[in-house]
Design a protein around this ligand. Sequence first.
Ligand SMILES: [Zn+2]
Length: 724
Amino acid sequence: MVKIAKILFPVAVPEPFDYLIPEGMRLSAGDFVYAPLGTQGKLGVVWGFGEREDTGKLKLVLEHKPTRPLNPEMLKFVNFTAQYNCTLQGLVLRMVLRSHKALEPSPDVTLYKPPKNLVGERPTGLSAARRRVLDVTDIWPARAGEVAKAAAVSSSVLGAMAKAGLLERFTAPLDPPFGTPNPDYEGRDFELTQKQIAAGEELQALVRQKSFTVALLDGVTGSGKTEVYLEAAAQALRSGGQVLILVPEIALTQAGLKRFTERFGVEPAQWHSAMGDAARRRVWREVHNGRARLVVGARSALYLPFADLGLIVVDEEHDGSYKQDEGVIYNARDMAVVRGKLAGAAVVLASATPSLESLTNARSGRYHHVILPERPGAATMPDVALVDLKDHKPDAGRFLSGPVIDGVTEALSRGEQAMLYLNRRGYAPLIICRACGERLKSPDTDSWLVQHKRTGRAICHHTGYSMPMPSACPECKTEGALTPVGPGVERVAEEAAALFPDARIEILSSDTAGNPERIRERMAAMASGEIDIMVGTQMVVKGHNFPHLTFVGVVDGDLSLGGGDLRAGERTYQTLVQVAGRAGRADKPGRALIQTHMPDHEALVALAAGDRAGFISAELEMREILGLPPYGKLAAIIISAPDAAKATEFARKVLNKAPRAEGIEILGPSEAPITILRGRHRRRLLIKAEPNVNLSAYMRSWKSRVRAPHKIKFAIDIDPQGFM
Ligand SMILES: [Zn+2]
């Protein structure tokens, strides 16, 4: 028998491959190596060892990279993620190895700065160019190119100045380490309330145990959850561990980051999808070697190779953006709990509107339940009421009812701010031809084109397809007959501008806000009172503080109800609580009105009554009857093919291959709600399982019986959130 190394590569492979170990090479699990794969030497990770007799065809490991190995817990985490979500181990490893360059030490770079004795002093007889260099501020230390640009001189000036003693020249790592957060820094200009201190101490006690534990931090909007979980983070930092704080992607751009800096004295390391290679490399390396102690990131940060993880916080744990829907399909909220367990770390799930799954775990005692019941200071919960659109019908072509218009008027007359919420981008969600009835459709996707007036385009929100808004109907060629139907934020803003001509109105949606810098800037403008009426989508609901906002009008409270989505009620409730929670966060009471055609819907009635417990028990009761999570498990299979008949045929084949098992119910195949996406026809199977069934194992066994033919795609989604 010969000892062999099992090596996993970050490519689409289901498991590690066997390799011979060259004489004298000492390998451990987690080591990075190069080994031949196909015709190339490729970077992989030693996943384990074994023994084999028939080693004739095995190849030798090429090279052992002398860098810190991945933790054993990281290997287990990759294995678990792949197993649970029925995906390939290699694809999960690819999420971990996001920067190959990070395995090398940081290259050095030459930097310049003025010597101490020249700060504020100017020797006589300097050339104009040298003087301009010394006049540059807010840049030091800097690279030659940066200084040359700022001072408008050629780089050679810097070399000469260094020789003359007018600049210091030194080398430093290109990727500087992150500053060390100080758990006792406390740079905030406010004090925590008694309730916040008590909740913080509860969490700190859990972190001090230095073992796996989960807490649900359940606090109303504006109750200061961030401040409380930062106390848990402080404790983890004191104990020498690393802290990972997951936030919905969009929150990374908000004032939120400032709170971390104020609390710990340094900016945290950040991780998100829009990062460049250099930033990625720096964060990965520093997290891996344990020097980045505090990381704030979007869901993929969960797959960073932490050396010694002490605490994971999942902020806004109910948020749909924790679910990754493409590639490796996983839910970062659920995987965070697993990661915490493998690392022996504390996990804090924070939300004003926890998911029913987390609430059930808290009620059953599996999770600690830490409750923050009230807003600090004089801030009270807003008064929420429903506006029945049958009784308060807006004028034709208008979307704001009398009571909502009055609400805005009153807020503005007091010098306060109003917000109009509508989760629809653009001007109108539908474009119809008055002459022939034609609706403008996306050419390759089963969805209507949305009119965007600002850009003058018609856009598909599922694929991004876009075309100039035509002046004539593409079907009957009638000029000027295309008509917008229904409201988007642009149209509501137009209506508001007509009603309140003197108000400063701003639209905030992903189209208008664009880059993170601009979002940050507009949020700051809203907070400081430079905007009177903000008209916004989903983007405005995530944890911003607007002290002068006292009225919120929800234009269409029914948007996410109905439509066969099993979580619609829960999601509507969560969104509306968050939106309503934007109002009255400082010392002014707030009010929220929700326009609806369904004033009897359970979610809305409970919301208006401020009856969270009532909503939750009604929703749980319904789920228990239907056997849905948390009373049962769900998985989905999505099949897509270039033509409809092939999709249907293959979906039937897949159904026929389903293993027989107790406690499993299979629904479908049926057309997916978006039947055609980017030209591919989609079919869906929904699998319901009783709680004691190992649904992942069942789905893996099913998957192993299925071979998808050329051009047909087959994906498994465990715990599907939406049903697109
Ligand atoms: Zn027409």
